[in-house]
Design a protein around this ligand. Structure first.
Ligand SMILES: *Cc1c(COP(=O)(O)O)cnc(C)c1O
Length: 378
């Protein structure tokens, strides 16, 4: 059997071990040190927009602290894109708040601005208060329609937390994802566009915010020789070892984006003559996706095959694919949460498949994929 072609494996740049060794050599293996400082600086430089970045242990931790900073408290309602990872929604519940799920729109697969406004209005009537925050996502790297989303957010004065875990390096009207909302979470989990093995970051707009996030993420210690606490803290800071991996990965981020985008171009070409299959790509020039994962939707009414048949056929050839995210409002754990929309995400889940998208996908891998796909649709 040929070797397994994975969906999105890590892709090391080469310098990562050097920076880890530096951490050991200088005995800086704690939650502070040069690797953390440089990694944060490099991220700030890369995403721009005057951002301040706090490196944390995971993207989920970043979302959790982002919600804390936006003032989410027990009993509040937080609007969340339904079509996403459970990690976008779970931190809402960590705070005792309740998620309200909003559908996606067909062209970006991200939160529908109309459904968002409908949800805010309906919740104000149902609960006589406004939702306290909005979590939007750049799914598979595709930017959301941020002008429209931010206009609704401003109109109702609800802050926006961007879950940019999948969107590092994507831009909307020339602005980096993660710099458009009020705060943003990044992830460096093993399958993301760059990885630190596990890691995340919270993107802030001011140095004061960042300093406070670092304070909260290191057990919220007051200034004193002993352990003195006036706030509930968290143990969410990134370690200086892990940040060394991030430092090495920042050196190759641009190449990783180019490689993922070339995968998408490959799939566009592969599927261009296969009727009923659509490769997900940018709706207009305003959007630049890092194409973290390349995805397709299959219309069974047109091609007589469905995504599950394709998934199983590719698996026979040791090629890993995965159905799109199952929307959160369809998950048993969130069955009681309110949902606003017209089932766009449900249809996408039914028809969609993520294809092998690693930045280390080889020409040989592509040939195998092309052969298997052509055989399946013959
Ligand atoms: C990966 C991911 C997260 C969580 O990040 P971790 O670093 O794995 O905690 C959150 N949201 C989305 C959309 C993700 O893809």
């Amino acid at each position: 059997m040929d070797k397994k072609i994975l969906l999105s494996p890590p892709d090391l740049g080469g310098q990562e071990l050097k920076y880890i060794h530096e951490a050991f050599d200088t005995k800086c293996i704690l939650s502070q040190g040069t690797n953390i400082e440089v990694f944060e600086k490099e991220l700030e430089k890369f995403i721009g927009g005057g951002s301040f970045v706090a490196a944390l242990s995971t993207g989920t931790a970043a979302l959790h602290l982002g919600l804390v900073k936006l003032g989410v408290k027990a009993g509040d309602e937080v609007i969340c894109q339904s079509f996403t990872s459970s990690a976008s929604a779970n931190p809402i519940t960590y705070l005792g708040a309740k998620p309200v799920f909003v559908d996606s729109e067909a062209d970006t697969w991200n939160m529908c601005p109309k459904a968002l406004e409908d949800a805010i209005k309906s919740r104000a009537i149902a609960t006589s208060k406004k939702p306290i925050a909005i979590v939007i996502v750049n799914l598979y790297g595709m930017p959301a329609k941020m002008d429209e989303i931010m206009a609704v957010a401003r109109k109702y004065e609800v802050p926006v937390l961007e879950d940019a875990a999948e969107g590092l390096g994507s831009t909307y009207k020339g602005r980096q994802c993660g710099t458009i909302g009020h705060m943003a979470a990044l992830s460096f989990n093993g399958n993301k566009i760059i990885t630190t093995s596990g890691g995340g970051a919270l993107v802030c707009q001011t140095k004061e915010q960042k300093d406070h996030v670092v304070f909260l993420s290191t057990q919220a210690r007051d200034t004193a020789a002993h352990y003195q606490h006036s706030h509930i803290g968290y143990n969410y800071r990134m370690s200086n070892i892990v940040a060394g991996i991030g430092r090495g990965q920042m050196e190759v981020l641009k190449d990783r984006i180019a490689a993922r985008r070339s995968n998408n171009a490959f799939y566009q070409d592969l599927f261009k003559d296969i009727e009923g299959v659509t490769v997900f790509t940018e709706p207009s020039e305003d959007f630049f996706s890092n194409h973290w994962l390349s995805c397709i939707t299959i219309d069974e009414a047109v091609c007589g095959k469905n995504r599950e048949q394709l998934r199983l056929a590719l698996l026979e050839d040791n090629i890993e694919t995965r159905p799109l995210w199952k929307p959160m409002h369809m998950q048993p754990v969130f069955q009681d949460a309110p949902y606003y929309g017209t089932n766009v995400a449900e249809k996408l889940f039914d028809r969609g498949l993520c294809l092998p998208s690693g930045s280390n996908l080889t020409d040989e891998d592509r040939e195998r994929i092309a052969k298997a796909v052509r055989a399946f649709f013959k």
